[in-house]
Write a protein that binds this ligand. Structure first.
Ligand code: NI
Length: 256
């Protein structure tokens, strides 16, 4: 069975066929999905989805690019939402300097506050970090993020940076990018990261793997990612599914 550790089925890209798509997962071997919040609205829809579908679990958090919407009131609502049944993580939170909106000071402030929130509510974190390797690591070290544990989602840095996260005992979310022919640096990192620290993810509707690059992504494409990891690691496809499933169960405290 396949554990999808990161998707956004609240996204409007799924408005037309969401229910049909989600209901097709079990017959395609997908038995758990973590729907990851990225804004206050998407956290609310995540709550609705988890209540409607037994196999969907949720993460509550505001993506760095959306932190401009946060204030004390929104933050308090977010913290309350972490206590809802089937919420298994705080995320996605972090830093994104690719688009410099909002400015880095605002992003850092809410990253720190959401990391502290994760400590308070005793949940692991799902980290989004793009073009911000140093600041992300500095903040995580300062706030002892190894205590909460978590995953670096859509891992895209080098194996040297991976070593730093391994020292904090973090997991690595590997998605569609690993199937791209030009993803040399990431393939090297995946060869380096121990198999018991890898999670499968799609980030749907974004980042579809080959041969569907550029199209709407869904968890049905996870086998392409698992195949690529199996090749890089020299193990079987089935082993990749089994190990990543077990890893995700451990991190998110879900027993299937
Ligand atoms: Ni995401």
């Amino acid at each position: 069975m396949i554990f999808e550790s990161h998707a956004h089925y609240d996204d409007e890209a799924f408005d037309e066929d969401r229910d049909t798509l989600l209901k097709s997962f079990s017959q395609n071997g997908i038995d758990v999905v973590i729907n990851v919040g990225a804004s206050l609205d998407s956290c609310q829809i995540t709550i609705d989805l988890m209540q409607q579908y037994p196999f969907i679990y949720g993460a509550m958090g505001v993506h760095p690019s959306e932190t401009g919407e946060l204030d004390e009131r929104g933050f308090n609502w977010l913290r309350e939402s972490c206590n809802i049944d089937k919420v298994v993580a705080v995320g996605e939170i972090g830093l994104d300097y690719h688009y410099k909106e909002p400015d880095s000071e605002v992003q850092k402030k809410w990253f720190e506050k959401q990391l502290e929130m994760a400590r308070e509510v005793k949940l692991p974190v799902i980290i989004h970090s793009r073009d911000a390797a140093k600041d992300t690591l500095d903040i995580m070290k300062n706030l002892h993020a190894q205590d909460m544990g978590g995953v670096i989602h859509c891992y895209s840095y080098t194996k040297e940076v991976a070593r730093e996260y391994l020292n904090m005992d973090y997991y690595f979310g590997i998605g569609g990018v690993v199937t791209f022919a030009n993803a040399k640096k990431l393939k090297e990192a995946v060869e380096f990261i121990p198999m018991d620290k890898i999670l499968l993810e799609t980030d749907s509707p974004y980042l579809a793997p080959e041969p569907y690059r550029g199209r709407r992504n869904s968890s049905l494409n996870l086998p392409y990612i698992a195949e690529t990891i199996a090749d890089l690691k020299g193990i079987s496809y089935e082993e990749v599914l089994e190990i990543t499933h077990r890893n995700a169960e451990m991190l998110f405290h879900i027993n299937i």
